[in-house]
Design a protein around this ligand. Structure first.
Ligand code: HEC
Length: 209
């Protein structure tokens, strides 16, 4: 074991060495808002050039980020709505919107059933069903900025997912208001007589052992 003197010396040297090191680090740097004689205006903090944005965050696409085209609510989607997008929209809708708007979009979610103000019916409100009055961009705007007592979902649902949710609500509007006549003859027949078509279509759920 080392003797006491050696240990004390090592400690003292160590402290001195660390001190030097810190000193060199701390010198010659300006604290935020500290004055500096280097620039003409005396400020050490440089103003950002006009129009600069955080890298990768230039939200200039108003269609995608605000749901607006030329200041009007967009009547189209900023990207193609595929089956995959709809599936994503369904998933996000069921996480974020069903508590109030319900699984079918009728505005009677569990929270509403308990006591909150009835949420809008996506599938029964004539204004929301009318694409001229409530185009996709309008729904996008409600999710982004909230509406009445409904708060904004901007921090929870990212723009791409908001569009997916809008597309899914539009699908709910169609499905919840569908008429027999909207289906093809073959589909109508399948609805009327499901057992004849189910046979052979599906694998049995459990195999017998
Ligand atoms: C906590 C409950 C709640 C949740 C969750 C919720 N909403 Fe709402 N929403 C409401 C209520 C309540 C209203 C009616 C607001 C009012 O009239 O003051 C409403 C209204 C709306 C409207 C109709 C606006 C209009 O013009 O009448 C839309 C569209 C809408 N919500 C979409 C959504 C979507 C999409 C989601 C999921 C991302 C969602 N909401 C989640 C409660 C909710």
């Amino acid at each position: 074991m080392r003797n006491f003197r050696e240990i004390v010396c090592a400690l003292v040297l160590g402290v001195v060495a660390v001190g030097c090191h810190q000193g060199m680090w701390n010198k010659s740097r300006l604290k935020p808002y500290e004055a500096s004689s280097f620039f003409e205006n005396g400020q050490s903090t440089r103003a950002l050039p006009e129009g600069v944005v955080v890298f990768g965050d230039a939200r200039i696409d108003t269609h995608f980020y605000q749901g607006k085209v030329n200041g009007e609510f967009a009547t189209t989607y900023p990207f193609e709505i595929t089956e995959e997008v709809l599936a994503r929209g369904k998933e996000r809708y069921e996480i974020y919107c069903t508590p109030c708007h319900g699984y079918t979009g009728d505005g009677n979610g569990m929270i509403v059933q308990r006591e909150l103000k009835k949420a809008a019916s996506h599938t029964g409100d004539a204004r929301l069903l009318d694409p001229a009055q409530s185009p996709p961009g309008y729904f996008f705007d409600v999710i982004t900025n909230g509406f009445g007592v409904m708060y904004s979902y901007a921090t929870r649902v990212k723009p791409e997912d908001r569009w997916a949710v809008v597309a899914y609500i539009k699908a709910l509007q169609i499905s919840q208001n569908a008429q027999m006549a909207d289906l093809s003859a073959a589909e109508q027949e399948e609805v009327r007589n499901p057992s004849a078509h189910a046979e052979g279509d599906h694998e049995p759920e459990h195999e017998e052992h």
